[in-house]
Design a protein around this ligand. Structure first.
Ligand code: G
Ligand code: G
Ligand code: MN
Ligand code: NA
Length: 247
């Protein structure tokens, strides 16, 4: 189809870029890192968001190549800056191959970046299938300092045992829960988020609230003990030039 051939051409041309969205301390607003978010500047259609081509990328497998193009740029940016981490999103597809960890570590080394300033964001879906290989991949990365964070926590098949079984150092509370904190039916959401945050604290896992859009949400998350936040209130995803200037 047209989008698929477009996607193949864009991979050949290396047309993809990371945008960076700040992640800040909820306590004092201190910037601690960024999430790299995939963007596709398309000649005819303008700046495309993952929602417009991610499903196709996953079905066709092309997302793996797109991801590598993003990781290469991100680690170069890490090597050029002095502080803060960058987290990258990892398609579940990468856990079906044996060489993801060594390849990522080689990309980091080639760029001269510090492995412990790179984080990977994985979803619960990625943990569902082929656990032994996934576990090995995550351990290989963690050994070298790459932090593993669980993305969109609460939306998947959240087995709490994941937090136990896999070397996960941080979890991101999905933005649907943050949005629900002050909604009409917010009491149960509040209790749920409170419970997740307590559990994470007990296990020594860092917490990041996603989709923080209002001061009220920021305050509630902070009061519940959530460590960090990400969202339009705290900063929009921005092109790399704008982000690097601040670092
Ligand atoms: O930026 P936006 O909110 O539109 O991103 C939507 C989703 O796309 C995110 O939830 C994230 O999981 C996914 N995504 C963003 N960047 C990347 C990337 O570089 N690689 C992969 N595989 N997924 C990404
Ligand atoms: O990886 P993940 O699925 O969490 O991707 C985060 C997505 O959330 C990105 O597509 C980003 O553009 C989007 N996003 C970031 N901050 C906000 C926010 O405050 N509100 C909403 N609705 N979306 C956000
Ligand atoms: Mn993410
Ligand atoms: Na998310």
């Amino acid at each position: 189809l047209e989008l698929e051939s477009d996607l193949r051409r864009a991979i050949n041309n290396r047309d993809f870029v990371p945008f960076y969205q700040p992640i800040v301390s909820l306590e004092d607003g201190r910037l601690i890192g960024h999430e790299a978010l995939l963007r596709w500047p398309h000649e005819q259609r303008g700046l495309l968001l993952p929602g417009q081509f991610l499903a196709l990328g996953e079905e066709s497998g092309l997302i793996e190549q797109v991801d590598w193009l993003i990781y290469e740029q991100v680690v170069k940016d890490l090597a050029r800056t002095a502080r803060g981490y960058v987290s990258v999103n990892v398609s579940p597809r990468h856990f079906r191959v044996a060489d993801f960890a060594p390849r990522l570590l080689a990309v980091i080394e080639e760029a001269g970046a510090d492995a412990d300033r790179l984080r990977i964001e994985i979803t619960e879906t990625a943990l569902l299938d082929d656990a032994p290989r996934t576990l090995q991949t995550l351990h290989q990365l963690r050994e070298r300092g790459v932090v593993v964070q669980l993305d969109d926590f609460g939306t998947g098949y959240s087995a709490l045992s994941y937090l136990h079984r896999f070397p996960i150092s941080a979890l991101k509370i999905d933005r649907s829960f943050v949005a629900g904190l002050h909604a009409q039916s917010g009491k149960s959401t509040l209790a749920l988020v409170d419970g997740v945050l307590s559990l994470a604290r007990t296990l020594g896992i860092e917490t990041i609230g996603e989709g923080v859009e209002t001061e009220q949400q920021r305050q509630t998350l902070q009061q519940l003990g959530c460590n960090y936040g990400q969202g339009y209130l705290l900063g929009y995803p921005a092109p790399r030039q704008a982000t690097l200037q601040q670092l």
